[in-house]
Design a protein around this ligand. Structure first.
Ligand code: 3HC
Length: 325
């Protein structure tokens, strides 16, 4: 069905495209039943579902610490956060489905490695301080990217983002709170906080995608307002926001080239290791195979639930059609 839609849209061109672009330039929302170019649909499906997969796979590194949270309160907060991420995945899969692709198909493509999810979730969580670093840095980077996406041109995506952003901001604060407790704690707790920052800083910068000069999709995606900012713009904003927070915590950003440029008002910083980034995207990060194996196992283990629900729905539909006859 999706292939058919794309084919029929390819036949349409010229004036439709101009009207479409004019609607976007005027700030109108595009809704699922509106005409849209095949490339717009394809890019949205890719971006929204990659985002959904990131939320789902992103539960794994933090889920790793639920049983080992240091207090009941921390455990309850972490549980709530991880459940929120599942909810974000569901809103986003629903938004992607309005474009004519099924959630089952998207899941299949995640599980067999055809679709990507955020590179950051291929790193291990080694200590409790990593829960702080993920909330502070990873959710912090996610918000930086997602707040502008509330204004993205596709209605269902923009609306899903509103609720997601509210929850991400709670996630970021709980992470910062963990970091603060550890940074102000014993010497070994402070060392753990610094070590978590050291390991997550580079991968957090990579979350914004490759440098603009190497980004395949940015130019067209910004024209269509699928993306509102370039990768480098958001990365710079993230650094500018996060460095003073690290100072407040008394932690050191692991970058000897980091300095405030007084003329521009922005921090200058080192590029992350882009070779490492492309290795992780290619499936060779520290936890890629572990993450995919965990998702495949969850899918296989859940088969009896899906089968039961489908059977229940089938029986209900048969009963209803018998009553109406
Ligand atoms: N991890 C994995 N893949 C990445 C990536 C990353 N950090 N950055 C870029 N890529 C991929 C792109 O998807 C694209 O892949 P493809 O063409 O092979 O499908 C390729 O690298 C080239 O990069 P581009 O810059 O051209 O790609 P985009 O224009 O799509 O920009 C993006 C990348 C900025 C991540 C953009 O897709 C985006 O804004 N996505 C929406 C937000 C999102 O997905 N965030 C993920 C994190 S969600 C999260 O963190 C959960 C929270 O709870 C913590």
């Amino acid at each position: 069905m999706y292939a058919q839609m794309v084919k029929s849209e390819k036949a349409i061109g010229g004036p439709e495209l101009e009207t479409f672009q004019a609607r976007i330039d005027a700030g109108e929302k595009i809704e699922p039943k509106d005409w849209m170019p095949a490339g717009y649909r394809k890019t949205l499906i890719r971006q929204i579902s990659q985002h959904a997969h990131s939320e789902i796979v992103g539960q794994l590194p933090e889920g790793n610490w639920i049983t080992r949270a240091p207090t009941l309160e921390r455990k309850a907060i972490l549980l709530a956060k991880v459940q929120d991420e599942a909810g974000h995945g569901l809103y986003l899969y629903c938004a992607a489905e309005t474009l004519g692709v099924s959630r089952d198909k998207l899941t299949e493509m995640l599980l067999d490695g055809r679709m990507k999810y955020s590179s950051i979730f291929n790193y291990p969580t080694l200590t409790w301080a990593d829960m702080g670093a993920i909330g502070w840095l990873v959710d912090g980077a996610a918000i930086m990217n997602q707040v502008p996406l509330q204004r993205t041109s596709f209605g269902p995506y923009a609306r899903a983002m509103v609720r997601i952003c509210k929850e991400e901001s709670f996630h970021q604060r709980q992470g910062f709170d963990i970091m603060m407790k550890m940074a102000q704690g014993s010497a070994s707790q402070k060392r753990m906080a610094q070590d978590a920052l050291d390991r997550f800083w580079g991968p957090s910068l990579m979350m914004f995608g490759p440098p603009d000069t190497e980004s395949v999709h940015t130019e067209q995606s910004m024209k269509w307002q699928i993306k509102m900012n370039s990768n480098d713009e958001l990365r710079q904003k993230f650094v500018d926001q996060t460095v003073p927070q690290a100072d407040y915590l008394g932690l050191t950003i692991p970058d000897e080239n980091l300095r405030l440029n007084k003329k521009t008002g922005h921090y200058e910083f080192s590029e992350p290791d882009w070779n490492e980034f492309f290795e992780v995207l290619g499936g060779n990060g520290p936890c890629n195979s572990e993450r995919l194996a965990a998702r495949n196992k969850a899918w296989d283990d859940g088969k009896w639930v899906r089968d039961g629900m489908m059977e229940h729905a089938r029986k209900k539909a048969t009963k209803e059609s018998e009553v109406s006859e």
